[in-house]
Design a protein around this ligand. Sequence first.
Ligand code: DLZ
Length: 195
Amino acid sequence: MFEGIKGPGDAPSVDGAALRVAIVHARWNTELITPLVEGARKKLLEGGVKESNIVIQSVPGSWELPIACQRLFAASQVQASSAPSGDLLGGLGRSSTPVPGSTSSASAGPFDAIIAVGVLIKGDTVHFEHIAESVSRGLMRIQLDFGVPVIFGLLTVLNEDQAKKRAGLTADGHNHGEDWGNAAVEMGVKRKQWA
Ligand code: DLZ
């Protein structure tokens, strides 16, 4: 649960049955990434998105999230107009996913939303600041350049305890991945409405 006044408020009732959604996640800090991805996926399914229309891809670390989101979306656009069904991911290849039951095969069509998931934990150097700033800007650029919602699933935390709480791994925690899944359904539906 969110404490105090924080949180996205009550989500409007939307039907994600017509949506195609990609989850792109870093593998750094996998113990935290796995519940976040699973939380997002759970809310996509609850929001009506079909299992076959959820694509999950992994990249080494958060730094790689922007290029993966960019190529994945571009490939889905090309595939929608020309490539044979099942060749959605183009040069990216299939994912190895840490989430049981997840799939990377999907029907044709450009993604309606992409969820970018990573966990950056501050260390002793300014490395964290560089990656956090660049990845944030990169993801914003992709959503504005392509006109596709890129849900900001990048946790930028000061220590592991903060990360565990936000991955729903503590008694007083809340899985932010669930909020990202809800946001993807809402924004995917709105993107279609605003087309
Ligand atoms: C190198 C690195 C470090 C130190 N920390 C993290 C982190 O906390 N979270 C994360 O997602 N990735 C980290 N990385 C890996 C970089 O994001 C990137 O994958 C490598 O520098 C290769 O480009």
